[in-house]
Ligand binder design. Structure first.
Ligand code: SIN
Length: 279
């Protein structure tokens, strides 16, 4: 069995060294990594110099690949992998920073991805961190009366909420992937593997909460987000070249920071893994 796992002094996350995904992993190491993934929710696996094919193999130790929604970001000859790049522009010419603003990935799907994996290929000299929020800890930290208030609530998630402060890149008309118009998910979900409860909110995709006016729902979501994103629930990842980071979308929010010199490229490969229906 190989790999050394050291937890970060934060609400979630651990560093993993001594793993080489260019070579087959034995069963003991695979089990150890998957247990660590459930325990820490974010694994920062250092020093992974991988081709796209090797990345596909590496993520297969954690699950099956989820087909991403917006196919315009596929990398050539390997459609399972998408890219994240600060060199993209909206049609009006302004810069597009993928992943800015706290969110969980693709929650407008009926079965949103359980995990997302990023592999750092090119990074700015300074900045461009990714922040993660432990939504189990955030849920545990809510007042009992708030827990009671939200216990049975469900939210409607769409591709792009009209309340979102970040504009997503539009789906092209010939986007080959079917993208659900909307999906309804509970505000509090139970992790299918750990059994822990977490807040499941997404400011980019939630349009409304069932049984509330849109305004009332947005106020509640904004209060929950303010509570959840306190520093005590966060881990902030400063990227190093060849970091492969995998995180659990079922119990985390994350966001990219666009706080760096945009003449420098930030380019990462991105893969997601299939998940379950949130309950
Ligand atoms: C994402 O939201 O999937 C990207 C996060 C990042 O680029 O740091």
């Amino acid at each position: 069995m190989s790999g050394i796992i050291s937890s970060f002094p934060a609400s979630c996350g651990a560093e993993v060294t001594g793993i080489d995904f260019t070579k087959p992993l034995n069963e003991g190491t695979t089990t150890k990594l998957n247990r660590a993934f459930l325990k820490y929710a974010v694994l920062v696996i250092r020093d992974q110099v991988l081709t796209p094919k090797q990345l596909v193999k590496a993520v297969s130790y954690f699950g099956s690949i989820f087909e991403q929604q917006n196919k315009r970001f596929c990398i050539p000859n390997c459609p399972d992998i998408h890219y994240i790049s600060n060199q993209e522009r909206y049609p009006d010419g302004t810069r597009y920073i993928p992943g800015a603003g706290f969110h969980t990935d693709h929650s407008n799907d009926y079965l949103p991805p359980k995990a997302t994996v990023l592999l750092a290929i090119r990074l700015p000299d300074v900045g461009g961190d990714t922040q993660f929020v432990n939504m189990c800890a955030a849920y545990d930290g809510l007042e009992p009366k708030t827990k009671k208030r939200i216990a049975e609530l469900r939210a409607v998630h769409i591709y792009q909420s009209t309340h979102s402060q970040r504009k997503l890149m539009d789906l092209s008309k010939d986007n080959p992937r079917y993208v659900p118009k909307s999906a309804v998910h509970p505000l509090v979900r139970v992790h299918p593997e750990t059994g822990k409860k977490s807040l499941y909110i997404n400011p980019i995709r939630i349009q409304r909460i069932i049984g509330m006016s849109e305004e009332e729902g947005i106020v509640l979501l904004s209060d929950l987000l303010g509570h959840a994103t306190q520093n005590k629930y966060q881990y902030r990842h400063q990227w190093r070249f060849h970091d492969m980071v995998i995180w659990d979308n079922r119990c985390l929010l994350h966001k990219a920071n666009g706080d760096y010199d945009h003449s420098q490229e930030r380019f990462l490969y991105r893969v997601m893994l299939e998940g379950d229906k949130p309950v």
